[in-house]
Structure formats: C-alpha cells, structure tokens
Design a protein around this ligand. Structure first.
Ligand SMILES: Cc1cc2nc3c(=O)[nH]c(=O)nc-3n(C[C@H](O)[C@H](O)[C@H](O)COP(=O)(O)O)c2cc1C
Length: 176
C-alpha cells in the first residue's frame, strides 16, 4: 500500500485549505492509499521560530515525510506566496527531504491574480527539496468553496472534478 502524506500550511483554526486536504484524504483512502497528515500547527511555534532541531515534533514531521511515497501540500496564498509558517517548517527539514516523492501542490486564495503562485513559489521550493515529480497542482478560489457546519468543505462541481482528477493522477503515478 502506497503512503501519502498531506501537509497543511495554514495557521488558521478554521482553515479552508486544511479542509480541502481532509477531502483529499478521504478520496485517496477510497483509492486504497495509506494517508497520514501533518500540519504546521503540529509543531510548537518556538521550535519553528528558534529552529530547534532537537524538537520531537520536528523529528516526527521528518519521519512522516521520509515514509511518504506521495505528498499533497495544501497552503493558503499569503502575500502572493505560500505561508511563512509552511516555509519555516520546510526550512527545518533535510536538504533533499522530497527526493523520490511525487508532490501534488494545492493552493487556496482569495484572488485569481495569484493563480501562478503554484508555479513561481511552490514548485521551485519543492524542487530545491529534491522533488523531481511535481504534478500540475490545483488553485482553488475561496468563491469556489463553501464551508460546512461540521468543518468540512463543499467545492463547486468543476473544481471538485479537477481535484479528483489530480488525486487520481497522483495515485496512478505512484502505481508505476
Ligand atoms: C495574511 C493573509 C494574506 C493573504 N494574502 C493573499 C494573497 O496574497 N492572495 C490571495 O489570493 N489571497 C490571500 N489571502 C486569502 C487566503 O489565501 C484565502 O482566504 C485562503 O483560502 C485561506 O486559506 P486558509 O483558510 O486555509 O487559511 C490572504 C489571507 C490572509 C489571512
């Protein structure tokens, strides 16, 4: 069984992008993937800010990344890029932490203006971390999502279809 890790880059308590990742997890589990999750909020802020390499939470994050065959990174767009706290977490991972893994980038944003942040911000970062198989990625506008009372998310039909196709592309690429 292939292992997939979702990494949530939002510091928000009611995060849309994290809800999208939870949706991804259930779809991937239906495709018989073994899915784990990691959030920037799993690591104490002091460990991130003071680069505490002895942090147990950071060691656990590193292990989850090491064990994953595929990684879905979901982040809100902050100031035309991924969040600073996601960068803080990935800064503390080993140099080639993403080597040999298939990566699916997902960004949620308030404006279509920053659609290309996946191309100019996320993909170069993942490349520096050693990823060679980075899938096209998905940008989801806030206006294409509706939060549910239970903390979930409902996507507009078209973007929902594109997300499902991307997840299928991820699991198919892991099958080879
Ligand atoms: C501090 C901050 C900065 C933001 N900057 C941008 C931005 O530059 N471009 C954009 O499209 N949306 C921006 N947004 C909107 C968020 O990307 C958007 O609402 C996203 O879906 C929030 O995801 P989350 O709920 O997972 O945190 C910003 C939101 C915040 C709170």
């Amino acid at each position: 069984m292939k292992k997939i890790l979702t990494i949530a880059g939002s510091p928000s308590g009611t995060s849309r992008s994290s809800a999208v990742l939870r949706l991804c997890s259930s779809v991937l589990e239906e495709q018989s993937m073994d899915v784990s999750s990691l959030s920037v909020k799993d690591v104490p802020p002091e460990d991130l800010v003071y680069a505490n390499f002895e942090s147990e939470a950071l060691k656990k994050a590193q292990l989850l990344i090491e064990q994953a065959d595929g990684i879905v990174v979901g982040t809100p767009v902050y100031k035309a890029s991924y969040t600073g706290v996601l960068k803080a977490l990935l800064d503390l991972m080993p140099q080639y932490a993403f080597a040999g893994k298939t990566i699916l980038p997902i960004a949620t944003g308030g404006t279509i203006t920053h659609l290309l942040s996946i191309e100019y911000a996320m993909k170069p970062l993942f490349g520096v971390l050693g990823a060679t198989n980075i899938l096209r990625g998905i940008f989801i506008l806030d206006s294409q999502m509706e939060k549910t009372a239970e903390g979930g998310i409902i996507l507009e039909a078209e973007i929902n279809e594109r997300l499902k196709n991307s997840l299928l592309e991820l699991s198919t690429s892991l099958a080879h």
